[in-house]
Design a protein around this ligand. Structure first.
Ligand code: ATP
Ligand code: MG
Length: 382
């Protein structure tokens, strides 16, 4: 069992040690490295107080990220590293944040405040692995377990509930039984977590390799904060795209859910488009017109979604149309507004005429050729 530190993370540990402090890599990157995954985003924890850390790195750019809580960010050749003083946390009266923190001198005390055993492992090339809660064994057995009593740890900070589900979905680890029970009994506390944090976790959760199993098992937990009325047992059929998967999860309640989450406009727009979409036509020309009306990107989204969820377009005609280069959109037309102006067409008639010509081209009434299109216009003048 070993952790492969990046050169820069090692440099930070070395500098702190040279100044007489203890220093370790900790957190997600240590966990990922122990799992044999590539990890670069090492967080550093140290016995140096924030001011001392600043002095050690006085020749590097330093950002005072959360100096009161012990965190400074040091830029090593543009890579940011969060360096946090060993600390304990006390009193979680808002069920989310500690009321106070105090700096401590023992790495083990710092590890004790962390959420899960797999995230409570420290490493330095000089001290090796510090793993007082058997996180490594839990990693090997693919188990998510709180450090200490789950009921207490989830009561302190309800975000940890969602982190447990997210890690389980993304890493494919199972949640240890007592941890699982505490999640169910404290689900209502998720109401104290900010929309932003829920949104960040849920985006990761829903695209995890194990997302479907988590949704199936923990539906009541998610329902404590969000209205879920979709075809949620089919989320796994969709590609790993959080917008499409959100629509699938929330279904008819998607607007309310996205507003609770304060979702970004991109997600809202994808969900609106899927929600408004009609079944894909089976007739080829009708399908071309359908794609034309949606625009390329939206059509791709709708086709992907409806194929996956409703098994439409079994023959793959929609995709072959999109890839064929056949004219579908105004920009494909071999005639434009300037050409029509030259023919004496004015104002909003220009757009309408182009649209009519596009339909004629799509259904094969006329070739997509400038002269042919002009001829067609003259013959069909109304
Ligand atoms: P990721 O791979 O998503 O970055 P991570 O475990 O590194 O996962 P971070 O949010 O980057 O997660 O946090 C870094 C470390 O800080 C965690 O590994 C954990 O030790 C600790 N931590 C983060 N959030 C909490 C929390 N809400 N409660 C307790 N400890 C936490
Ligand atoms: Mg991290």
């Amino acid at each position: 069992m070993t952790v492969k530190l990046s050169e820069k993370a090692k440099l930070i540990i070395d500098q702190l040690r040279n100044d007489g402090y203890q220093a370790f890599a900790v957190g997600g990157a240590v966990r990922d490295s122990l799992m044999g995954r590539k990890a670069d985003d090492f967080d550093i924890t140290t016995s140096a107080k924030p001011e001392q850390t600043k002095n050690t790195f006085s020749s590097f750019p330093v950002i005072e990220t959360g100096i009161k809580h012990g965190t400074v960010t040091v830029l090593i050749e543009n890579t940011p590293f969060e360096i946090t003083t060993f600390r304990s946390e006390f009193g979680f009266s808002d069920l989310r944040h500690p009321d106070s923190v105090s700096f401590v001198t023992d790495i083990k005390e710092d590890l004790a405040r962390r959420d899960f055993t797999m995230n409570a492992i420290a490493f330095s090339p000089y001290d090796g692995i510090v793993d007082p809660f058997s996180g490594y064994s839990d990693i090997q057995n693919k188990i998510i377990r709180t450090v200490g009593d789950p009921h207490q740890r989830f009561t302190e900070d309800a975000l940890r509930i969602l982190r447990a589900l997210r890690f389980s979905a993304v890493l494919g680890f199972r949640i240890e039984e007592n941890t699982r029970k505490a999640i169910f009994s404290l689900a209502e506390n998720l109401k104290f977590v900010s929309a932003e944090r829920i949104y960040v976790e849920l985006k990761k959760l829903i695209c995890g390799i194990n997302a479907q199993a988590i949704i199936n098992e923990y539906l009541p937990v998610l329902k404590a904060i969000l209205p879920i009325n979709g075809d949620y047992s089919n989320v796994h059929k969709l590609p790993k795209d959080h917008s499409m998967r959100f629509y699938c999860l929330f279904g008819a309640s998607y607007k309310e859910a996205l507003s609770i989450l304060r979702a970004d406009n991109k997600v809202k727009s994808v969900c609106n488009i899927i929600s408004a979409a009609k079944p894909l036509p089976t007739n080829e020309n009708a399908l071309k017109l359908y794609i034309s009306a949606l625009g390329r990107e939206n059509a791709k989204t709708v086709i992907t979604y409806r194929k996956a969820m409703y098994d439409e377009d079994k023959d793959g005609i929609a995709e072959s149309i999109l890839n064929s280069g056949t004219p579908l959109f105004l920009t494909d037309l071999q005639i434009d507004g300037n050409d029509l102006t030259a023919l004496g067409i004015k104002g909003k008639e220009i757009g309408e005429t182009l649209q009519r010509l596009l339909v004629s081209v799509i259904i094969g009434e006329v070739a997509n050729d400038k002269n042919a299109l002009i001829e067609h216009l003259k013959n069909n003048n109304t």
